[in-house]
Design a protein around this ligand. Structure first.
Ligand SMILES: Cc1cc2nc3c(=O)[nH]c(=O)nc-3n(C[C@H](O)[C@H](O)[C@H](O)COP(=O)(O)O)c2cc1C
Length: 378
């Protein structure tokens, strides 16, 4: 879908750009302050089932006025979990638990998304929030990891290269998880093709040395993503938005980059994707990344311009003014706040106040706390 289809022109001109609703397929999202996927490593029973923490974590950001809340990287099969504290969506018990969460998010006027993921060679590690060995291989209870080629991520165990049947099974798992995402009431499905996880491992020439149809040139390396996008689109139907998260660069010579991202984003759009969530990195450990305010936004802008697709920017965006500037100037169509949203789940309400937007999103229970009722104090 091209950018002109997104209904930007219909928005009231006076509203700050961040608070203009955006329509993607049949979904209208009330503003452009979104929550990116944030792994919580909080599935204590190790069964992939989200519970109260996930409800409160995601629900508070929906009550806090965010337009779209995307649930964390959620594995499409058990081997695809980063750790065994990850959420999953490979069975109906997990889908039922997610349904409780999507119902609450919707009740707050926000849209819900889920990031479908497979960690590939970066699976089977200690979760950073649970153990100081975070991101080191699990010693007991670990499992065999898979990847396009049998090349280890620095510090982790060597993966097995997937064979043709294994690749087709992964695609089927994404499809089945998308079916459960619809059943669970999610409004958006995002395919995780970033941060050095399985789909990114296929995209990057540094981790994909295959010589069959799933590797080699750009078309071969992009085949897994495009097949997943086609299968997920077939499963979710024509009305529901489909996002892809890319790392626009590996920050490493000879790796995946903005040009390849833009070309493949264009192909993914033809295959049924609507929106691109642009991050960077994660494929190679210890690369030098110039982290600073909004440091990845230029990558989002590049992909938006080069591929003619809609994008969100993410990464060290912390203030409403910064986010407003990114959307108003046309660098991005929406902005995601990760760590800033964890510091203040009501960040979107605060942003509405700061930018003078109509704060229609206050939960009625909290009306007496509105600045209007408190001499402007927030
Ligand atoms: C605790 C935590 C968990 C994260 N989990 C995920 C994830 O599940 N999927 C993903 O694509 N990115 C994940 N990220 C990256 C964030 O989505 C976001 O891109 C990153 O934090 C940069 O944005 P920020 O500076 O606003 O936090 C995570 C980041 C943090 C801090």
């Amino acid at each position: 879908m091209s950018r002109t289809d997104l209904g930007l022109a219909e928005a009231p001109a006076a509203a700050p750009a961040l608070f203009r609703p955006i329509t993607i397929r049949d979904l209208e999202i009330r503003n452009r302050i979104w929550v990116p996927p944030l792994c919580q490593y909080s599935v204590t029973e190790r069964d992939g089932v989200p519970h109260d923490w996930h409800l409160v974590h995601l629900g508070s950001m929906a009550a806090g006025g965010a337009g779209l809340v995307i649930a964390e990287a959620t594995a499409v099969n058990p081997a695809g979990r980063i750790s065994d504290y990850d959420t999953g969506l490979w069975n109906d018990e997990q889908a039922a638990a997610w349904a409780r969460i999507t119902r609450f998010i919707r009740s707050q006027g926000a849209a819900s998304g889920i990031q479908l993921a497979h960690a590939g060679r970066k699976a089977s590690v200690w979760p950073e929030t649970v153990d100081r060995r975070g991101s080191q291989p699990l010693d007991e209870g670990g499992w065999t990891t898979v990847a396009p080629s049998a090349i280890a991520f620095d510090g982790l165990r060597r993966p097995e290269a997937l064979d043709e049947a294994g690749i087709l099974a992964v695609i089927e798992d994404f499809r089945a998880a998308a079916r459960r995402a619809v059943a669970a009431g999610f409004d958006v499905v995002e395919v995780h093709a970033a941060h050095g996880y399985l789909v990114h491992q296929f995209l990057s020439p540094l981790s994909n040395l295959r010589e069959d149809r799933w590797g080699g040139d750009l078309e071969g390396r992009a085949r897994l993503l495009l097949e997943i996008v086609r299968e997920v689109r077939a499963e979710i139907g024509e009305r529901m938005p489909l996002f892809v998260r890319f790392s626009a660069t590996d920050w490493a010579p000879g790796g995946w980059d903005e040009e390849q991202t833009s070309t493949v984003a264009g192909w993914a759009a033809e295959a049924g994707a609507d929106f691109f969530d642009i991050s960077t990195g994660g494929l190679v450990r210890d690369v030098r990344i110039p982290v600073g305010p909004a440091y990845q936004a230029a990558h989002a802008e590049f992909v938006r311009g080069r591929a003619g697709v809609s994008v969100s920017a993410v990464g060290r965006i912390t203030t409403p003014e910064q986010a407003e500037q990114l959307v108003a100037s046309g660098s991005a169509d929406a902005v995601m706040f990760g760590k800033a949203m964890m510091r203040d789940p009501h960040l979107a309400l605060r942003a509405a106040n700061a930018l003078g937007a109509d704060a229609a999103h206050w939960p009625p229970q909290y009306l007496r706390a509105r600045p209007e009722a408190n001499d402007g104090e927030f």
